[in-house]
Design a protein around this ligand. Structure first.
Ligand code: 7RM
Length: 629
């Protein structure tokens, strides 16, 4: 159901909120179902309990692959661009992709994986990662992709949390100028993961790795003698499709659960309408498949729509800051989707890196992951879009499964910094801290969603109560996003950032509590408090206040050790930018750390620290201000 004009959008929006079941069933009818649903929707946000397309039977890979074979079997599904310019690129047609997926599916079956088993994918951006995702879906195994930058300890935690039976991985990875060990990290993680019976290792870098007898086998050996057809497992709409771990304001990362039917309908509908993808175009999303953006807008959304995509292994700045634009030129990319942090980094590198390349194929530019500042928006529009391309600033979350608030390319008039309007089916509401609705325009509040949509989170794996308390208990009968938001005079939405203890560093969600517990693993650290602060390139940086037992020792050494600790327990993405060693933290009489004050100091807003009279020891604030980094 493609939206074709602004008026059409408004009509569809009205229809979608007045008759949501009719609206979504019309969208869902465009797919291949083995059995149609009996009922479109059952829901309550108290439990929460949300079901879409009840008793419908399907397999998402039949919709991503089999369905396209007649019409576009020979069309390219993925162009793969390797990290190194002079390495051999590859491409996969829909037919080739289909057979590769079937082969890996058969390998997993032969190893005893059956419907409902969890399989962990810990791989860099090689085509085999997309293939592995789809192979899991083919046989009804639940994939849990872990971004290959996470540490052994993070990986182990995720494997344990969902009792994965199998891990698919690579020997190593190329990332910019670096060669990073992957299998070594898996080996370390698996010492703590007795549930894993099999590990399949793809040869990517050729580095020497340890292969554990009876557990580890090579990918190329496994697929050699296996059939290239594999019947699709029949799945119920509400059977699990995948788990993806994401950070919250408290505790360990939680496994967000998405299910087959609703997720399929939502990923496809949003891809088609936001980007207005047209037959024959080349689409490129620069995210990693390890994040939700990669799941929905590299793997599922584009394939469901029969698109041709670029899959990129590398980073924006290798071999230099022109790499993105070189790749756009090389593949004649029409639709380009990236993150504000990349745009800011490339802006800082200067337009000389843009100039050598022909960007005239570009028709639509997208942004995702964090608020895009007006300056970066303008630079993107002027220098990459040459003033000719609409920018779709897409707001959404791991939990929402797909884009929620965004312009529709070339349909919705854009405004720098604004995600603009909700997609059909999405009912945003702003509430104050007590949960009262803030009506009208020109207002600001906490962003919630008041009605279910097909792509929404169903539970957090193994802990439904956590799903309830995190998202559905703050405000009665509302899904709470954790984001602050403005609605301007035109009814346009502008996301202002997290209002909880989550920091967004280069578009990556990092829980302050997670970083604190990693820091606290250092034997000399008594206590720590972590907050975000504005960072020119990353959006937010990480500021850590720490109390050490060894106040007067070598501070630089301590900082290095703390960073090593964070690397070990989380990974390099959570590295604190600033570490201030303090003798105390501002606490209330009941012992709660006053983060508001710490945030203000980190932001450099020293003139207005607010009320400090309720502090146990107001003197610590003076010391913290004096020692500010
Ligand atoms: C897709 C993704 C979700 C958080 C979300 C926001 C922030 C994402 C935008 C944005 C402003 C945007 N999933 N966020 N997109 N903020 N404008 N267009 O990023 O689960 O990893 O992060 O990211 O705070 O709550 S995520």
């Amino acid at each position: 159901m493609r939206i074709t004009s602004l008026q059409h959008y408004h009509e569809q929006y009205q229809f979608s909120i007045q008759q949501p079941e009719q609206f979504w069933s019309r969208v869902a009818e465009e797919f291949v179902w083995n059995k149609k649903w009996d009922k479109v929707l059952e829901w309550n946000f108290e439990q929460p309990d949300v079901k879409w397309f009840i008793n419908g039977k399907l397999n998402i890979t039949e919709n991503c692959l089999d369905r396209h074979l007649d019409a576009r079997g020979d069309q390219v599904a993925y162009y793969w661009e390797p990290n190194d310019n002079d390495d051999e690129p590859r491409s996969y047609t829909y037919r080739q992709l289909y057979h590769e997926v079937c082969k890996v599916a058969n390998v997993m079956k032969r190893k005893g994986i059956t419907k409902g088993d969890r399989v962990c994918l810990y791989m860099p951006m090689v085509p085999e990662l997309a293939i592995a995702v789809l192979a899991c879906a083919r046989i009804g195994a639940v994939h849990s992709v872990v971004f290959a930058g996470f540490s052994a300890s993070s990986l182990a935690g995720r494997i344990q949390d969902s009792d994965c039976k199998m891990v698919l991985t690579t020997d190593g990875a190329y990332r910019g100028a670096k060669e990073i060990p992957i299998k070594k990290v898996v080996d370390e993680a698996l010492e703590l993961c007795p549930s894993v019976e099999h590990v399949i290792v793809l040869n990517r870098t050729g580095e020497a790795v340890h292969m554990q007898q009876g557990r580890d086998t090579w990918w190329h050996d496994e697929i050699r003698d296996v059939a290239d057809e594999c019947p699709a497992e029949q799945m119920d709409s509400e059977d699990l499709l995948f788990i993806l771990y994401t950070s919250g304001s408290t505790g360990k990362p939680k496994g967000v659960v998405h299910t087959c039917g609703g997720y399929m309908v939502y990923a496809s509908y949003t891809f088609q309408n936001v980007f207005q993808y047209r037959e024959g175009e080349v689409y490129w999303c620069t995210a990693d498949i390890g994040w939700i953006t990669g799941h929905s807008y590299i793997v599922y959304g584009p394939l469901l729509c029969g698109a041709t995509s670029v899959l990129f292994e590398g980073v924006p700045t290798f071999p230099d800051a022109g790499r993105f634009w070189q790749v756009v030129d090389k593949y004649h990319v029409n639709v380009f989707y990236t993150a504000p942090t990349a745009i800011r980094a490339l802006e800082a590198a200067g337009v000389d890196f843009v100039k050598p390349y022909k960007l005239s194929s570009l028709r639509v530019l997208g942004s995702v992951g964090e608020p895009i500042n007006v300056e970066a928006w303008q630079w993107y529009s002027d220098n990459i879009g040459k003033g000719q391309c609409p920018i779709v600033d897409t707001w959404w979350q791991t939990e929402t499964g797909g884009i929620m608030i965004s312009p529709l390319a070339d349909i919705t008039p854009t405004k720098p910094g604004f995600a603009t309007l909700p997609l059909p089916g999405i009912q945003p509401i702003l509430v104050d801290d007590k949960g009262n609705e803030i009506e009208g325009n020109g207002v600001e509040g906490n962003l919630c969603i008041k009605f279910p949509w097909p792509g929404m989170i169903r539970t957090t794996y193994g802990d439904h109560e956590r799903c309830r308390t995190n998202y559905f208990a703050t405000y009665k009968n509302l899904y709470f996003t954790g984001d602050g938001c403005k609605r301007d005079e035109d009814g346009y939405y502008r996301i202002t950032g997290r209002v909880d203890d989550v920091i967004n560093v280069s578009g990556h969600r990092i829980g302050t509590a997670e970083v604190e517990s990693a820091i606290n693993m250092h034997p000399d650290i008594v206590e720590s408090a972590v907050v975000g602060f504005p960072h020119d390139i990353k959006g937010q940086g990480i500021y850590a206040y720490v109390i050490s037992t060894k106040q007067n020792d070598d501070q630089e050494l301590l900082r290095k050790e703390i960073i090593a600790e964070v690397n070990k327990f989380i990974g390099p993405i959570a590295k604190p930018d600033k570490i201030q060693i303090v003798s105390g933290l501002p606490k209330t009489r009941s012992g709660k750390i006053m983060r508001r004050i710490l945030r203000k100091v980190a932001e450099g807003e020293l003139s207005n620290l607010g009320d400090t009279s309720t502090l146990l020891d107001p003197a610590v604030v003076d010391e913290i201000v004096k020692g500010r980094l």
